[in-house]
Design a protein around this ligand. Structure first.
Ligand code: ADP
Ligand code: ASP
Ligand code: MG
Length: 469
C-alpha cells in the first residue's frame, strides 16, 4: 500500500516527540510506501508571524528576542537528534536571521516576505524529521507543490502539482524508503515561496495523497481522533469512529481540530480514506473518514445515533453588519458586498440577512476585519459603484468583535425537524444570547454566532442537549 502520514506541531515539539513520530513512521515504512508530512514545531508558526511583524515595524529588540527563542528551541531539538541535524538546522537559522535582518532594515513587511519567514518553521522541522528517519526531506517547493500568488493563503494548482510530484516524489518512494515533505509551504509558478493557509499541513498531506494516488492518509495528532467537540472545551467529548467526507468537511470548515477548511477536499474528490490517529495510542484505529454515510446506519458507533454528530467551534471572529433602510428590496446590494470582500480576499465564514432590520451581516476572522471593513466602506459608502447603490442605500458598516461561531453538524439533520429548536432551547436555558443564525442549504449544519465569553457554556449545553457526551 501507498500511504501518507502527517504529524502536527505537537508531534514535532522537541527531540523526544520527533523521535517518537519517526519511530511510528519507520514502522509504517517497513511494509508500505510512505510519504511523511510534518508541521512546524508547536508554536513556531506563531513565533515566526510575530517575528515578521516585529521586523516589518522596525522593532529590533523584539526581532532579536524572537530569533533567540526560535533558535534555542530548534538547537535543543537538533542536538538531541544528533547526526547532521545541528548543522542543517544551523544553516537554516542563519538564513532566517539574514532575512529578518533585511526586513528590519527596510522596515516594511509584504505578504510575500511574511511567507518567506513563516516557511522556516516547516523547513526546520522537515529537516529534523529527515535526520530522525534517515531519509530524504523535501520542502513543499522541492516536492513540486505549485500554488497561486495569494501569499499567506495560496491555492494549489492541482494538475501542475500532481505532474511535478509524480516526477519529484514518486521515484524516491519504495517499501523501506520513506520520504519526508514539509507541510504548509509551496511555491508559486515563478518559484517564490508561498504558504497555503493556517493548519495547511493537513492540506499538504491530502494534496500529496491525491497526487501519489495514496491508498490512505493518516493524520496523527495529540487527540484520539475527530471528536464530537473540542476536548479542551468539552471534557466529555467522544471519539467519532467513522464519519462521512461530507460531515468531516463541514466539521473542518467550522474549525474542528483547527484543520485547514479545505484540507479534506483532495481526499474527498479522489475517495482516499483519511484516518485521524493519536500518536499516544497508535494501537487505536482513531477516526475513519470515508465515503460511507455514517451516523444513520450505526456506522458512527460511539457517537450517539441522532441526527447531530458533532459541535465544532470557530474562534476569533468578528461580525460586520452593513445596514441601511434603503437596502430593502434593492437588488445588487448583496452582490456589491460580496464583490468587495472577494476583491480584498476576505474569507466569509457565515452570512445572514435580516429583512426587518434591513441589513446584511457577514462573519469574518478577527484578523481580517480591518481589511474587510475598509473594503466595504470604500465600495459602499463612497457614492460610487453600482448604480443601484448610488443613492446611498447603505448607511452604515458596523463591526462587532470577540465572537465565535458554534455549529451543529450532522448529515442526519436533513429532513429531521426540530434540530434548530433544540439548539436554541439549549442556548435559552443557559441564557446565552444568539447574535446570528445561519443554515446552509445542504442542511449539514446550523451555525450560531455568540459572544466569545459565552462560547464554552454554549458548546457544552448543545453537546449535552443532543446526547453526544
Ligand atoms: P496538530 O498539531 O496535530 O495539527 P492541532 O493543534 O492542529 O494539532 O489540532 C489538534 C487539537 O485540535 C486538539 O488538541 C484539540 O484540542 C483540538 N480540537 C478542536 N476540535 C476538535 C475535534 N472536534 N476533535 C478533535 N480535536 C479537536
Ligand atoms: N505550521 C502551520 C500552522 O501552524 C501549518 C500546520 O501546522 O498545519 O498553521
Ligand atoms: Mg494542525
Amino acid at each position: 500500500m501507498r500511504l501518507v502520514y502527517k504529524f502536527g506541531g505537537t508531534s514535532m515539539a522537541g527531540t523526544e516527540r520527533i523521535t517518537h513520530a519517526a519511530g511510528l513512521a519507520l514502522a509504517g515504512a517497513k511494509t508500505h510506501e510512505l510519504v511523511v508530512v510534518v508541521s512546524a514545531m508547536d508554536g513556531v508558526t506563531e513565533q515566526l508571524l510575530d517575528l515578521a511583524a516585529a521586523a516589518g515595524s522596525g522593532n529590533r529588540a523584539r526581532v532579536y528576542s524572537l530569533l533567540g527563542t526560535i533558535r534555542s528551541g530548534h538547537e535543543q531539538a537538533a542536538r538531541g537528534l544528533g547526526g547532521e541535524a545541528p548543522a542543517k538546522v544551523e544553516g537554516l537559522l542563519a538564513k532566517l536571521e539574514t532575512l529578518a535582518g533585511g526586513i528590519l532594515a527596510v522596515g516594511e513587511l509584504t505578504d510575500r516576505l511574511q511567507d518567506a519567514v513563516v516557511a522556516y518553521g516547516e523547513k526546520l522541522s522537515s529537516v529534523m524529521m529527515g535526520v530522525a528517519m534517515r531519509c530524504p526531506a523535501l520542502d513543499g517547493q522541492e516536492a513540486g507543490i505549485v500554488t497561486t500568488d495569494h501569499f499567506g493563503e495560496a491555492d494549489p494548482l492541482m494538475e501542475l502539482s500532481t505532474h511535478n510530484i509524480a516526477q519529484n516524489v514518486v521515484p524516491l518512494l519504495g517499501v523501506g524508503r520513506p520520504v519526508v515533505v514539509a507541510g504548509f509551504i509551496a511555491a508559486n509558478q515563478r518559484g517564490v515561496v508561498t504558504t497555503i493557509g493556517r493548519g495547511g499541513s493537513d492540506y499538504t498531506a491530502t494534496i500529496l495523497g491525491a497526487a501519489i494516488k495514496a491508498d490512505e492518509i493518516h493524520i496523527w495528532s495529540d487527540v484520539d481522533g475527530l471528536m464530537t467537540a473540542d476536548p479542551r472545551v468539552v471534557p466529555g467529548a467522544k471519539l467519532l469512529e467513522r464519519i462521512s467526507f461530507a460531515e468531516a468537511v463541514e466539521l473542518g470548515k467550522f474549525g474542528a481540530k483547527s484543520m485547514h477548511p479545505r484540507a479534506l477536499e483532495p481526499a474527498a474528490v479522489y475517495g482516499i480514506p483519511v484516518r485521524m490517529r493519536s500518536t499516544f495510542k497508535p494501537e487505536n484505529a482513531g477516526t475513519l473518514i470515508d465515503g460511507a454515510a455514517a451516523g444513520v446506519d450505526g456506522a458512527g458507533a460511539g457517537s450517539g445515533s441522532g441526527a447531530v454528530r458533532a459541535v465544532p467551534m470557530l474562534k476569533n471572529l468578528a461580525m460586520i453588519t452593513i445596514g441601511g433602510a434603503g437596502m430593502i428590496g434593492r437588488p445588487g446590494t448583496a452582490a456589491a458586498v460580496f464583490d468587495a470582500l472577494a476583491l480584498a480576499r476576505v474569507n466569509v465564514h457565515m452570512i445572514c440577512q435580516s429583512v426587518s432590520e434591513a441589513g446584511i451581516s457577514v462573519v469574518v476572522a478577527q484578523g481580517q476585519v480591518g481589511k474587510a471593513r475598509a473594503a466595504l466602506e470604500q465600495a459602499l459608502l463612497k457614492h460610487q459603484g453600482p448604480a443601484a447603490l448610488a443613492d446611498h442605500a447603505v448607511k452604515s458598516v458596523e463591526v462587532q468583535e470577540d465572537l465565535v461561531v458554534i455549529a451543529v453538524v450532522g448529515a442526519g439533520m436533513k429532513g429531521t425537524p426540530g434540530v434548530a429548536a433544540k439548539a436554541f432551547t439549549a442556548m435559552a436555558e443557559k441564557a446565552v444570547n444568539i447574535i446570528a443564525i445561519a443554515q446552509g442549504s445542504s442542511e449539514l449544519s446550523i451555525a450560531l454566532a455568540v459572544r466569545a465569553e459565552d462560547a464554552k457554556l454554549a458548546v457544552a449545553a448543545i453537546h449535552e442537549r443532543f446526547g453526544l457526551g
